[in-house]
Design a protein around this ligand. Structure first.
Ligand SMILES: Nc1nc2c(ncn2[C@@H]2O[C@H](COP(=O)(O)OP(=O)(O)O)[C@@H](O)[C@H]2O)c(=O)[nH]1
Ligand SMILES: [Mg+2]
Length: 445
């Protein structure tokens, strides 16, 4: 059956990239968004702030049919069934990129309720944060990137082997494939070590740690090198091929058309990691924010127009796992995220920062420590018999100075998710998820 154009409203597609380094909480966030929107669509009280915004308009939500799309679909059912288990379990780790697509139907308000509902397809793309860290490379030549990277590495004892290798190469080293390969392997192993052992995140290029699908082309074999001769020329041409690929992939159907971006960052773990880990996370976040900020400047060079082509108009910087601290600290946590990204980012992109727990594991309690009342949280640690209290410390609202590090930010226990109402059909308990959704969907609603 065909309907006259104009009667059936076109379905508006809102695609949002959800990005963050491994373990930042992307899979958990997508699972919780899906569960809570589906519950809200079934009339259950899952997202009260969103319901208030809808002001009585009926909301229907369904998982969109996959149709003929080429992106793997996000496996909501299996992730949600893990959370709904007894005892609840965290969703399994994911590696590949995937898409969660939900169809929303929002009835027209009051007198207009007889008119066709507004139809929105919400697409959330689980996008590795490692690749986001490639955006700043679009604006950097090989020489500048090498110099900045080697300068950072000089401070790390883990880098001794690699720096020794680079230092032993003559400036005018020959363009030898074996040399290039050895250097690449040393550098790549170093990046993995800095991630796994030191918990660092400003590790570039991102595709060395999170390879793109489809095998590894020979031009991937490069490493930062300060020389001028033939080897430097070979490495430079490979770096340039890498950057060109990053640019093309931004335009590929999988990544283009993103209207919004959620940058998830586990700032509490960075605080827990100590001053070096925190400085690294802060630098990574600032670089990403800077790469996104370039959009919208006048007199754009080529690579800037590439970013403009992304069309991203909303960016949310989200400090994840905010249920590790009590409500009183979460304002500081969101303020810290804003300070690190130097929000606002200008006229062209709407930005905001949030402290979110996609899956709430704790409740707030007041605890007396050294005869002072502190706002702590209480939750069950994975595998523990019963719930315990936790007070990691005061969250700073801006990058902390040396006095903060004198009292290290304490343990961040691995909490077990709360039990889900109605085995998951009632949504997932969370902190501030609907404020984030309200921001992302503001135009669509
Ligand atoms: N307490 C708490 N822990 C979380 C939350 N979100 C994620 N986590 C923890 O972080 C881990 C990694 O989350 P995941 O979504 O798999 O990260 P991804 O690698 O970015 O997809 C989970 O297994 C949980 O242990 C949250 O909202 N609260
Ligand atoms: Mg994941």
């Amino acid at each position: 059956m065909t309907t006259a154009r104009g009667l059936v409203p076109v379905r508006r597609v809102v695609r949002i990239g959800v990005t963050g380094l491994a373990h930042a909480g992307k899979t958990v966030l997508l699972t919780s968004v899906a569960a809570n929107l589906l519950a809200a669509g079934a009339g259950l009280p899952a997202l009260p702030a969103l319901a208030a915004r809808l002001a009585g308009r009926r909301l229907r939500v369904s998982v969109a049919p996959a149709g003929a799309t080429d992106l793997p679909r996000f496996d909501t059912a299996s992730h949600l069934s893990a959370l709904a288990r007894d005892p609840p379990a965290w969703p399994a780790r994911t590696q590949a990129i995937s898409l969660l697509a939900l169809d929303l139907e929002i009835a027209q308000p009051g007198l207009f309720s007889a008119f066709p509902a507004r139809r929105v397809r919400l697409e959330l793309l689980d996008y590795p944060g490692e690749w986001l860290l490639d955006l700043p490379l679009l604006g950097l030549g090989f020489g500048a990137w090498s110099a900045a990277t080697l300068r950072r590495l000089e401070k790390r004892r883990e880098a001794a082997d690699f720096l020794g290798f680079v230092g032993a190469l003559p400036t005018r080293a020959p363009a030898d494939e074996k040399l290039a390969r050895s250097g690449h392997q040393l550098y790549r192993a170093l990046l993995a070590r800095l991630r796994d052992e030191a918990g660092l995140c400003l590790l570039q290029p991102g595709r060395f740690l999170m390879p793109a699908p489809g095998g590894e082309p020979p031009w991937l074999e490069f490493f930062p090198f300060p020389g001028e001769g033939p080897l430097a020329g070979l490495l430079r041409s490979r770096y340039e091929a890498y950057v060109a690929t990053v640019r093309t992939q931004l335009f590929s159907p999988a990544f283009a058309r993103m209207e919004g971006l959620v940058v998830l960052v586990d700032l509490l773990s960075a605080l827990h990691g100590g001053p070096a880990a925190f400085a690294d996370a802060a630098a990574a976040l600032a670089e990403v924010a800077e790469a996104l900020r370039w959009r919208g400047l006048a007199g754009l060079p080529d690579w800037l127009s590439t970013l403009l082509g992304l069309g991203i108009s909303r960016v949310a910087f989200v400090a994840s796992k905010a249920d590790h601290v009590a409500d009183r600290q979460r304002g500081n946590l969101a303020a810290l995220a804003a300070a690190l990204t130097r929000l606002p980012m200008g006229r062209f992109v709407r930005t905001a920062s949030f402290a979110v727990a996609a899956v709430r594991c704790t409740e707030d309690v007041v605890w007396t420590l050294d005869s002072h009342p502190v706002s702590a949280v209480r939750g069950r640690v994975v595998g523990a018999e019963r719930a315990g209290r936790s007070y990691p410390g005061e969250v700073p609202d801006k990058p902390p100075g040396p006095e903060f590090w004198a009292h290290p930010f304490l343990e961040l226990p691995d909490f077990e998710p709360m039990r889900l109402p109605l085995d998951g059909r009632g949504g997932v308990p969370n902190v501030n998820l609907d404020a984030l959704l309200g921001f992302l969907l503001e135009d669509a609603l």
